[in-house]
Every structure is written in C-alpha cells, then in structure tokens.
Ligand binder design. Sequence first.
Ligand SMILES: [Zn+2]
Length: 228
Amino acid sequence: MTHAATAGRRRLLTTTAAFACVALTCVSFGLGGWQPASAGSTSTSTSTSTSTSTIAPGPPKTEALIVARAATVTKPAKRLRQSGLMMFPMDPEPTCTVLDNFGDARGSGRRHQGIDILATLGQQVFAVADGTLTIRYVDGASDAQLSGNAWTLTLPDKTYYFYAHLSRFADGLSVGSTVSKGQLIGYVGDTGDPGPGNYHLHFEVHPGGGSAVNGLPLLEVPTSCIVY
Ligand SMILES: [Zn+2]
C-alpha cells in the first residue's frame, strides 16, 4: 500500500524533526520520548518500510508540538523570576499584557518612568499598599496632559506609586482618602497621551519618594498575564 517514495519522504521528515530537536530542546525532552509503546517501535534495528511509515507520521508532529510549547514556556519562567512582594496593581481579567518598558526613550529626551500594562477599557485598578491618595490629576487639566486621569498613592515612608491614563476614578475617593492594599481606586482607560483605544495602566514606583525604579521585578505578576 505504501509507496517507497512516500516512506522515504517520511524518513526525511523524521530526520529533520530530530535535527530540530537537537537544535532546540533535546536536553529536556530526549529523542525517545515520543516513541509509541508498541512492539514495532521498540525493535528499531530492522524496521521495515511498513513499520517506518506507520510510526513516522506520529513522531514528527508530536516533536513539533513539544518544541512549540517549549518555546513558549520561557515566558512563565520569566514571570517566576519576577515574583515579588508587591501586589499587582490591576485586575488581570480579561486582558493583561505587561510591557517591560521602563526606561525606554520617549520624545524630548524623556525616559519612560513606569511600566505599561495593556488591558481593556474599565479593568479595575487597585492600591498596591495601604496609603493615602495624595494627588489626583484630571484629564484635560494642564498638569495632566500626559497622564490623563491619574492617582498618586503615597505611603508613610514617602514611597509613592503613580497610576495614569485611568478612564475614571473609583467612587467616593478624593485627594486625602486613605486606602487599603487591594482597594479599588480606578479603572483602566486611554486618557492622556496614549491615544484613543490604547487602553493601559501606566504604573510608576518611587521608593522613598525618590526617582522612579523599574516596578516589574517588584510585582507579583498574575500567571494569566503575558510579559514582553
Ligand atoms: Zn507608560
């Protein structure tokens, strides 16, 4: 039933898959991992063309699948290294993509002072610690041209966090309000300089009230978030 040419091509595919495996992930998976546990596959010394053509279509596909998954697991591993003490400032549902873009160049010699967390309109934004809302920027005001609607949350040690581009503020909060860790303080939006529809939370961390630092290594990023 099987043509010799077809069997030969499948052997070539198998060989190609093996090379791909060697290049990418053989250390973790091994070549033998995908072999079916049938009697035909274990007697490899004198496999006929029939047994090769029966087995060959399976392993390359499985191998390709494993390699594809292996390529994506670097992101969760990166997230694990980023686990820290600070709670994540935003509800990760339904969308959460964290950009590792602290310090990126911006116009006029500016540097990006925070990280951006891409989301959808209205996702909840939380206080990451117990503190006081000390500054509120309102979209449209001259001092809020870049930030749009924004909060500054200040802790007793003067550390402060800056949340920008909110669509709106949580009800009942004003400058001077004390908030607790995890409390809803606003909602993701695109106010300020992001541009229409570019919904994200811009989040800054200023330890001791000083210069901004990269908040990403300090945050406990939910596993459902993608980190770039
Ligand atoms: Zn930003």
